[in-house]
Design a protein around this ligand. Sequence first.
Ligand code: AHM
Ligand code: MG
Length: 332
Amino acid sequence: MENVKTLGEFIIDKQQDFPGSSGEFSKLLSAIRLASKIVSNKVNKAGLLSYIVGAAGSENIQGEAQQKLDVYANNQFIKALTARKVVCGIASEENDEYIPINNEGSYIVAMDPLDGSSNIDVNVSIGTIFSIYKRVSPVGSDLTEADFLQKGTEQLAAGYVIYGSSTMLVYTTGKGVNGFTYDPGIGVFVLSHPEMKFPTNGKIYSMNEGNFYRSSNGVQEYIKYSQTIDADTNRPYTARYIGSLVADFHRNLIKGGIYMYPSTDNAPNGKLRLLYECNPLAFIAEQAGGAASDGKQRIMEIDPTDLHQRAPYFTGNTHMVEKVESLIASEG
Ligand code: AHM
Ligand code: MG
């Protein structure tokens, strides 16, 4: 094949950008690549295999029913990350407590192994989200919760896999964002979207508008602003909401837009989890020239106090995030 750069080659090329350049970080990324392929293969068969579709009969810490594919994806990522021996611990949206792996490892992984899993049974895109940190405790010692409760600004890398009309892996190590599309024929991810950036003029807004009256005045004002006709500012914007964070984020990254899951009167911290969803996508958004906020402050500067904590979330084109922030700031 001509002019094809695989993810494997890309990781090797970029190894000098990785901390220490010991190759450990590359091993970690290749573990994620492997687990993504395994999960992608299973997701693509979800409609055929009735035994993998539907509820697993268990609940995660948020009291949500776990889907069988959630459990499968969680196990695959944990297995792949454990095998490479460079990860000391994993925090997963699907596990109540963090999982200590190997005290000799240097890296922490926080992940949502299968986000948007309520969409599995209806053939809609779902995703995996991951975030990588260096541990703060000394290598060789037992892990502590502080290893996981780091600000998003401390992330070394973050990414997502979207299982859509094709499977894509998009990630950043803090030097821009690159996207790789999976070619199932040859079993490799190929660089298809180098140096991804939000287009300058976003005009898509993505929110569950069923929550309109549960949202604060500032958010309601932003929705009305998005719907107002004004040729100079390219309004009205277009509403698009899949209800699958990775898919909504990915579309907005490519086409320009804002994703919002605000606080509501029945969920003051919104729905999304800071460690597994908000921070990794915030890192990607910023690296792609966009922004991510909880409505008042930069998401990546929030000091986490709990593994599973939630945060209101606004991410996408900077001008759109800033506008909603300004309307929230002027709430009465
Ligand atoms: P999950 O982690 O349980 O799958 O929940 C997260 C999902 C996001 O993918 C999506 O953006 C959001 O929940 C949709 O929530 P809602 O149905 O309230 O709009
Ligand atoms: Mg999730």
